[in-house]
Design a protein around this ligand. Structure first.
Ligand code: C2E
Ligand code: SIN
Ligand code: SIN
Ligand code: SIN
Ligand code: FE
Ligand code: FE
Length: 398
């Protein structure tokens, strides 16, 4: 009878062990690993408490626990003064039947607790990065089987923790690559801008117009679903790239002081597609799909489409024009109107607003131009804040 139930217990534990090892090996974060250990280990060894201890420099951090009453969760102890530290420093399992008869134990820390017996197993035998403790309230000689189960749990935790560390450093490296690419693209954008603008302030202004307009549009039912907070932030980041395709436009056209003839304007118009392709190329080289690049492409591609379908490059009409492009059109034209360009002088704010409002439903999304009208003074303030300074001058020029 006893032998049979033993075998039964063993069969259950084997299945549970396999589950636990699988779950730990699939964990994507430390919290998950500790949760799996916490839930399974205590039952597998029939303990009254389990702790998960992380090594942090010279300290043992009691990071997680599951016990009949509180142990030391959240506390940190010097590695030399606790039994988890002893197990890590000595790379050895500690099996202690009576903690009050063992000099390695800081008795004062245990007096407030239920603990009488314990097993402490280092995680990663060759170079411990943590430890798992099992505790019993009544004096108890832990069986070799439970010590072995704890050792195996600790070994899978070691594998899991190594995975998590790898995943984290991969993610960090990937993030860094994305940031680097974004920085390069922004540098390219400012290069494009400085060719047809005296200063880089156009970039900063279009960013701020974009955010102001998108935030205002968020307050309207028609736009709210498409404009989450993170979307507004992404629009703000992508806006400077709208004219990056101008890098590919020859100087004699881009910098022509007068009106462009039809052939020249036809070349000028290719900047939308050039820009989209440049950003797509950068994204391809990076080898990741990333919402920054997709949105930046969309903005570069569609910022010269017009609500009535007379824009370029595709002649999209109405809501077929992506919202990002409809927003960008307003930010872009406002800035073009109130700024001096090689081909035109600056218009006063009020005149710029009337020109744009007159194009409601022709060039611009009618609902968005209404919103623009209500916050036009915000645009004016942005233009004043990031005013273009004359060459060499330090002070304000407006
Ligand atoms: P941009 O200077 O950034 O102008 C962006 C958009 O603002 C223009 O797109 C146009 O929709 C609007 N805009 C600019 N100036 C005026 C204006 O005086 N009146 C009105 N109603 N709207 C204005 P668009 O026309 O597709 O031009 C795209 C780009 O082509 C311009 O970007 C600029 O770099 C260049 N460009 C356009 N016309 C000329 C020109 O006559 N001479 C030169 N050198 N470049 C031009
Ligand atoms: C332990 O030794 O297991 C924890 C408590 C302490 O170090 O004081
Ligand atoms: C693309 O068309 O490839 C970019 C997104 C857009 O322009 O809608
Ligand atoms: C233009 O007149 O070419 C562009 C601006 C507009 O339609 O309002
Ligand atoms: Fe443009
Ligand atoms: Fe522009």
């Amino acid at each position: 009878m006893a032998a049979m139930s033993n075998r039964q217990v063993q069969a259950t534990s084997t299945a549970e062990m396999e589950d636990l090892i699988l779950n730990i090996s699939m964990a994507r974060g430390m919290d998950e690993i500790m949760a799996v250990v916490r839930h399974a280990a205590r039952r597998l060894v029939g303990a009254d408490g389990i702790t998960f201890v992380l090594r942090e420099d010279g300290l043992c951090h009691y990071a997680d626990e599951d016990a009949i009453s509180p142990l030391w969760k959240g506390q940190r102890f010097p590695i030399e003064s606790c039994i988890s530290g002893w197990a890590m420093l000595n790379r050895e399992i500690a099996v202690i039947e009576d903690i009050y008869a063992d000099s390695r134990i800081p008795h004062s820390a245990y007096r407030p607790t239920f603990v009488r017996s314990l097993v402490m197993v280092p995680v990663r035998e060759d170079d411990p990065i943590g430890a798992i403790g099992a505790y019993w309230a009544t004096q108890h000689a832990p069986s070799p089987e439970s010590v072995d189960i704890l050792r195996r749990i600790a070994n899978s935790a070691a594998v899991g923790m190594t995975n998590v560390a790898l995943i984290n450093s991969l993610a960090a490296a990937q993030e860094e690559a994305v940031r680097a690419k974004e920085a390069i693209i922004l540098a390219m954008a400012s290069l494009a801008e400085t060719r047809d603008n005296e200063t880089g302030n156009h970039i900063r202004r279009t960013q701020h117009y974009m955010r102001a307009l998108a935030e205002a549009a968020r307050g309207h039912q028609a736009f709210e679903p498409e404009l989450s907070e993170s979307m507004v932030d992404l629009l703000y980041k992508c806006a400077p790239l709208h004219d990056i395709g101008k890098v590919g436009i020859p100087d004699n056209i881009l910098l022509k002081p007068g009106k462009l003839d039809p052939d020249e304007f036809a070349i000028m118009k290719t900047h939308s597609e050039l820009g989209m392709m440049a950003i797509a190329n950068a994204q391809r080289h990076l080898g990741v799909s990333n919402c920054f690049f997709s949105l930046a492409q969309e903005i570069a591609h569609t910022h010269h489409e017009r609500w009535d379908g007379s824009g370029y490059p595709r002649g999209l009409r109405g809501k077929n024009i992506p919202l990002a492009g409809r927003l960008m059109a307003i930010a872009d034209v406002y800035d073009a109107l109130v700024s001096e360009r090689v081909y035109k002088s600056a218009l006063p704010h009020d005149q710029a607003v009337s020109i744009m409002v007159a194009d409601r439903g022709k060039h611009f999304d009618p609902e968005l131009i209404d919103i623009f009208e209500t916050i036009a003074t915000v645009f004016q303030d942005i233009h004043r804040t990031f005013v273009d300074m004359p060459h060499g001058a330090g002070a304000d020029a407006a």
